[in-house]
Ligand binder design. Structure first.
Ligand SMILES: [Zn+2]
Length: 250
C-alpha cells in the first residue's frame, strides 16, 4: 500500500512544538489572483524612480488587477492555516504574497516577506495611503498618483522592486523564527531566490522537519523530509482534516 504522506505530515503537525509556515503565489492563485510576476508590476527601482512613463505603466497595471485584489477571497489553504493556528503550535506564517489574504482568513501572526501591495508610501514625507485611496486618485484621471502632503509623484507600495533589498525587518524576523521551529511547512512558495532559497536548509540544520507542498518540482525537493505534489491549498485542507480527525480519535 502506498504510504500516506499527508497522514504522516498530519502526525508531524500534531507532534510539533513550533510550526513555521512559508506560503507564496501559488496559494493565492487558487483565490483567482493575477500573476504578480508580470514585469509591469516589477519594474527596476531605478527605472521607476527616473521615468514617469514607467510609473504610469505600473499604476495602469495596478488598476487592471485592482478589481481582483478587492474581490479575492481566502482560499482553502489560507483557511486551513488560520484553523491550524487556532488548534495550536503554529508559530507564524511567512508569505511571499502581498495580497493580505492570510490576514483576511483570520491568521494573526503573518510576516509579509515582500510587504503588502495594499499600502502605498510616499518616499519623500513617509505618508501612507491605502490602495483604495490611490485607486480613487487614478479614477479621477491621474496617471501617476501624487502625495497630498508634499506633492511627490514617487509613491509606491512598500514591496521591493528589482534592485531593492527585501524588507529588512521581515527577513530578519523570518530568520529568527525559523531557528527555533521544529516543523517547517512550505506551501505554494517559490524557493528560487535568496533569502528564501536557504530557508529549507537552515531549518534542516536546526533539526526541524521540512515539508514542501507544491504543484511543480522545486530546487529543494530532494533535500527535505516530505514532498507532496498537488494544489497547495487543497492539500493543506486535506492535511488539516487529518489533523482534526486524529485529535477527535485520541
Ligand atoms: Zn509625501
Amino acid at each position: 500500500m502506498k504510504k500516506d504522506v499527508a497522514g504522516t505530515v498530519a502526525e508531524w503537525i500534531r507532534e510539533a512544538r513550533k510550526i513555521v509556515v512559508l506560503t507564496g503565489c501559488d496559494l493565492s492563485a487558487e483565490s483567482g489572483l493575477p500573476d504578480f510576476s508580470d514585469p509591469r508590476l516589477n519594474p527596476h527601482i531605478r527605472d521607476f524612480r527616473e521615468s514617469r512613463e514607467v510609473r504610469a505603466e505600473y499604476w495602469k497595471k495596478i488598476m487592471e488587477i485592482y478589481p481582483s485584489l478587492l474581490s479575492a477571497e481566502p482560499g482553502p489553504g489560507h483557511r486551513a492555516l488560520a484553523e491550524l493556528e487556532i488548534l495550536g503550535n503554529l508559530d507564524c506564517i511567512f508569505t511571499q504574497s502581498a495580497d493580505g489574504l492570510h490576514h483576511r482568513a483570520g491568521s494573526a501572526t503573518v510576516i509579509e516577506l515582500n510587504s503588502s501591495i495594499l499600502w502605498v508610501t510616499c518616499p519623500s514625507c513617509g505618508k501612507d495611503y491605502s490602495i483604495d485611496e490611490i485607486a480613487g486618485m487614478l479614477d479621477k484621471g491621474a496617471q501617476v498618483p501624487a502625495c497630498r502632503e508634499c506633492g511627490s509623484d514617487q509613491l509606491k507600495p512598500a514591496i521591493s522592486f528589482p534592485g531593492q533589498p527585501p524588507p529588512h525587518w521581515e527577513a530578519r524576523e523570518a530568520w529568527m523564527r525559523l531557528h527555533s521551529a521544529d516543523l517547517f511547512l512550505i506551501a505554494g512558495a517559490s524557493l528560487d531566490k535568496e533569502p528564501v532559497a536557504s530557508y529549507p536548509y537552515l531549518a534542516k540544520e536546526n533539526n526541524a522537519k521540512v515539508v514542501i507542498i507544491n504543484e511543480k518540482e522545486g530546487p529543494a525537493d530532494d533535500h527535505v523530509d516530505a514532498v507532496i505534489y498537488g494544489k497547495p491549498g487543497q492539500v493543506l485542507g486535506y492535511i488539516l482534516k487529518k489533523v482534526k480527525e486524529s485529535i477527535t480519535i485520541s
